[in-house]
Design a protein around this ligand. Structure first.
Ligand code: UD1
Ligand code: CA
Length: 448
């Protein structure tokens, strides 16, 4: 069976505020319409058309898909039926058409599959939900428990109809041939002077086509028209992600105080304390401990590693049994090997930290490569930037850097070398040598 997804995304979204098209508003770190694209991408033998209008180049630019997206322009936003009409010329006559609204982003694949199945049997199938405050939504008018008579938009509803809390999600499926036939009958004689796609229901009934409306979880088919609704969707989505992690054997200190903006995998018996933000693609191993208030973006953290409070980790790979933080910043493609420790107020940038090497306090490691069992004293700085270029510092196995050393790169410190505390090291230190490069202490007589 061919499936044609039609995603409506031409509106500005005045209620959301701002100049950006509403469908690009961020939900869990990506444009809300992107969630729909990711969902429909996984359907075999399907095509996706997106109806764009307001700031169409921004929408086209920001979306990514495994499939070729077909963008269709709707010059003037004359209503949802008018929007769908723009896509009809490019959809297959023998397909099932599935209409999705770009601001209703969280529908699940399984639910769509059921909808498509029902539409393939010649029905008009749609999804509804119960909303305590249904203001703004189309109300579902049922003639009996099973069948739906029509949809009345909020602006056109009588005060009795406004009491109805079952509302239209906007998501529907119907054979493309029927859609084509019915859509031409939709008029704009309503309060908004728009061509409402919701009029399909009454037209289908008039043509003895069964209308099947399935009540869904509001979380799955709720819309985001304004900041408040978007916030509600975001919180519900985040809670769901956190609960999924709990189910998979991860301990989450508080499911309402974790934000996952992107993809995450966490191994069993790991623990995530409160107020953590995960962005991009993160993979955490088993028995990993993340303390409170960390920001972790595009990182891989292996088994048994502890990240203490208030640590920032970006674009880095952290090996097994490492200890990081509190208050550390690891970034720029750093790589920590098993057992490495970077403690409080340590920053690592584009650096490799070898097995069991340590920098536990107040240190900057930029463009550095540390071998195994290196000990970096408190206050050490790699001076990697001369104002124009970045230079490397190589510190071989077993080297001990005295506290408050300045390592002026480019620099190589051989195996088991030492630097005296407070040294400014500008020349390579051979293997096993102790380099001292600081003013000599003189003890003078005090004036009386
Ligand atoms: C719509 C439904 C309403 C439903 C609600 C669910 C209609 C007439 N009403 O109302 O029954 O309860 O969604 O969320 O369909 N769009 C275009 N071109 C247009 C108009 C809209 O592409 O000319 C797009 C918008 O960008 C948006 C989607 O269609 O992504 C829905 O439009 P919107 O104006 O948000 O409709 P609602 O008032 O929410
Ligand atoms: Ca809407």
């Amino acid at each position: 069976m061919n499936i044609d997804f039609i995603i409506l995304a031409a509106g500005k979204g005045t209620r959301m505020g701002g100049d950006s098209p509403k469908v690009l508003a961020s939900l869990a770190g990506k444009p809300m319409i992107q969630h729909l694209i990711d969902t429909v991408d996984s359907f075999p033998s399907s095509k996706t058309s997106i109806v764009v209008g307001y700031k169409s180049n921004e929408v086209e630019r920001d979306l990514v898909s495994q499939k070729k997206l077909r963008f269709v322009k709707q010059k003037n936003q004359l209503g949802t039926a008018h929007a769908v009409k723009q896509a009809l010329p490019i959809i297959k006559k023998n397909s099932v058409a599935v209409v999705l609204y770009g601001d209703v982003p969280l529908v699940k694949k399984n639910t769509l599959n059921k909808l498509i199945k029902s539409a393939s049997r010649g029905k008009l199938s749609m999804l509804t939900f119960i909303k305590d405050d249904p203001t703004g939504y189309g109300r579902i008018i049922r003639s009996s428990k099973k069948s739906v008579q029509k949809i009345i938009e909020h602006k056109d509803a009588s005060s009795a109809q406004k009491e109805i809390r079952e509302v239209n999600s906007g998501i529907l499926a119907i054979k493309a041939s029927l859609l084509q036939q019915f859509i031409s009958k939709i008029k704009n004689n309503n309060a908004a002077k728009e061509y409402y796609l919701t009029d399909l229901v009454e037209i289908a009934n008039n043509h003895s086509v069964d209308v099947v409306a399935t009540l869904c979880d509001p979380y799955e088919v709720g819309g985001a028209n304004d900041k408040k609704e978007l916030h509600e969707l975001e919180r519900a989505y985040q809670k769901k992600l956190a609960e999924d992690l709990l189910k998979s054997g991860v301990t989450i200190a508080d499911t309402s105080r974790i934000d996952i903006r992107g993809d995450i995998k966490i191994g069993q018996n790991s623990f995530v304390d409160i107020n953590n933000v995960f962005e991009g693609n993160n993979v955490l191993g088993k028995n990993v401990h993340i303390g409170p208030n960390c920001y972790i973006s595009n990182c891989s953290i292996k088994d048994n590693t502890i990240v203490y409070a208030n640590t920032v980790l970006e674009d880095s790979v952290i090996g097994k049994n490492c200890k990081i933080g509190p208050f550390a910043r690891i970034r720029g493609g750093s790589e920590l090997t098993e057992g490495a420790e970077l403690g409080n107020f340590v920053e690592s940038n584009r650096s490799n930290i070898g097995k069991n090497s340590k920098a536990k306090h107040l240190t900057y490691l930029g463009d550095a490569r540390l071998g195994t069992k290196v000990n970096v004293g408190a206050g050490t700085i790699t001076c990697n930037y001369d104002g124009k270029n970045k230079h490397k510092t190589i510190i071989a196995d077993g080297t001990f850097i005295g506290s408050n050393s300045s390592l002026v790169a480019p620099l190589v410190l051989g195996e088991n070398a030492y630097t005296g505390a407070g040294s400014v090291i500008t020349k390579d230190v051979p293997k096993g040598k102790l380099a001292v490069a600081r003013g000599k202490q003189v003890n003078l007589n005090k004036k009386k």
